[in-house]
Design a protein around this ligand. Structure first.
Ligand code: ZN
Length: 205
């Protein structure tokens, strides 16, 4: 079975996370992970541990400043232009981000999806949460995905893929180090997993 591992909200929570990631790597030489980081909070110091592990850690784009509704503007008349400008800003990031994107709380909007598609980003939909609680536009978009809008996306609802997912900060119920010790460690040992980056299991929709 394929395992994909994602963690959100880096660099919040600090550099301690790498101790646990290194432990996983030493137990599972094949281990790979995508860290979705808040771009505008990255600096040389918190980028360094990622650079040092670039063979098995990929840096994904987690919005801009991790603000509520930063990627959702339903009533703005020039929403498409606005989204395009914001996505283009990501192309100038000074650290080596992969072209995979996940907004805060999966708050996708049509203009954002369009802008990301134009810039050939892969979008992460690796959650059931957004299907159940996503806002109106996102629902509309998702229900029509079979019409082939031409964007690459990763999904959770593939039975052949197991996802290990969490957050870097302790205030989340799925704080990754805690989940790892409680649950993931056992699961990772039990399964015969082939680790892949999220992007490697993405499909065109
Ligand atoms: Zn987040």
């Amino acid at each position: 079975m394929i395992a994909i591992c994602e963690i959100d909200d880096y660099p919040r929570g600090g550099l301690e996370i790498f101790e646990i990631l290194d432990e996983i790597k030493s137990n599972h030489p094949d281990f790979k992970m995508t860290i979705f980081a808040i771009p505008y909070e990255m600096n040389d110091e918190n980028y360094k541990p990622i650079e040092e592990r670039k063979d098995w850690i990929r840096l994904g784009v987690h919005g801009w400043n991790h603000e509520v509704k930063e990627s959702y503007y339903p009533s703005r008349r020039n929403a498409h232009i606005h989204a395009r400008k914001k996505v283009d800003k990501l192309l100038d990031l000074q650290y080596d981000f992969a072209k995979i994107f996940k907004p805060r709380a999966y708050s996708y909007s049509w203009p954002l999806i369009e802008a990301l598609r134009q810039r050939e980003y892969t979008i992460s939909l690796s959650s059931n949460y957004d299907l159940l609680h996503g806002h109106h536009l996102y629902h509309k978009w998702f229900s029509s995905f079979e019409t082939n809008i031409g964007i690459k996306a990763t999904f959770l609802n593939n039975k052949d893929i197991k996802i290990f997912y969490g957050h870097t900060t302790e205030d989340h119920f799925d704080y990754f180090p805690r989940f790892y010790n409680k649950k993931f460690k056992k699961q990772m040992r039990k399964g015969n997993y082939q680790f892949k980056f999220s992007e490697d299991v993405s499909v065109m929709i």
